[in-house]
Design a protein around this ligand. Sequence first.
Ligand SMILES: NC(=O)c1ccc[n+]([C@@H]2O[C@H](COP(=O)([O-])OP(=O)(O)OC[C@H]3O[C@@H](n4cnc5c(N)ncnc54)[C@H](O)[C@@H]3O)[C@@H](O)[C@H]2O)c1
Length: 254
Amino acid sequence: MILRDKVVIVTGAAGGLGRAFALRFASEGAKAVCADIADAAETVSLIKGAGGEALAVRADIADYESAQAMCGKAAEVFGGIDGLVNNAAIYAGIAMEPFHLIEEAEWDRVMNVNVKGTWHCCKAAYPHMIKRGGGSIVNIASASILEGNPFFAHYTASKGAVWALSRSISRVVGEHGIRCNSVTPGYTMTEASKGLAGDPEAFQKNYDYSIQTRAIHRAMEPGDVVGGVLFLLSDDSAFYTGQNLNIDGGCINY
Ligand SMILES: NC(=O)c1ccc[n+]([C@@H]2O[C@H](COP(=O)([O-])OP(=O)(O)OC[C@H]3O[C@@H](n4cnc5c(N)ncnc54)[C@H](O)[C@@H]3O)[C@@H](O)[C@H]2O)c1
């Protein structure tokens, strides 16, 4: 159990990748704080059903006070914060349009959650991790930043910012024994990904393309991302900070 007794917040834990992270961390002994703007109760009941410890917290990461309240609740219930996985983002249902057709309001919505929200959570968790004498922050970016995807420039730019933010943060928090890294997952089969293309034919095209362009010719599942994030949270990566871990089955279309 490599996360025994660690208190780990996972944002965006109501479903998708966030749920997969929370379930695995709890199975490795973590007390999983499952935060989301949506209800994360189902994730918590799955964890508890498997004998783990978890807490659901409603939080809107775009709102700093809400991010602070999320961290406060985690510390109040479980006694502190050791890990933070910034997974929440605007991804599901995002408009697949080239950059010149993206509306300003949509651009701002994506940046507010994906970039500002990630910054908010890091900022809110930092004093709790200092009190704890250390910690690990893992920010979920995306391999789309390497690909130059032509259809969601706002999302891609936001994830590039998450990568850059992670490196900057790592330079500051290291003196307190806190680490900050990012992960860039490839196209992963969550419900959000399945719905992104719009229609089944377009989805099949994306799906086939993603498989053909990998060294490992199969679909990427949430479980494929979990191990890397677990490593970055655990003490096994104690001297690993400011780094990005790309997990994409050996994609060769960059
Ligand atoms: N699925 C993929 O192919 C893929 C690839 C690379 C990166 N990612 C990233 O992984 C993460 C999870 O992806 P997913 O496929 O599970 O997508 P998803 O859309 O299902 O998950 C995002 C979660 O964030 C929550 N959320 C959105 N806005 C929020 C806010 N303001 N405050 C709190 N919670 C909020 C949503 O309710 C949702 O549960 C995202 O950061 C996504 O960008 C996904």
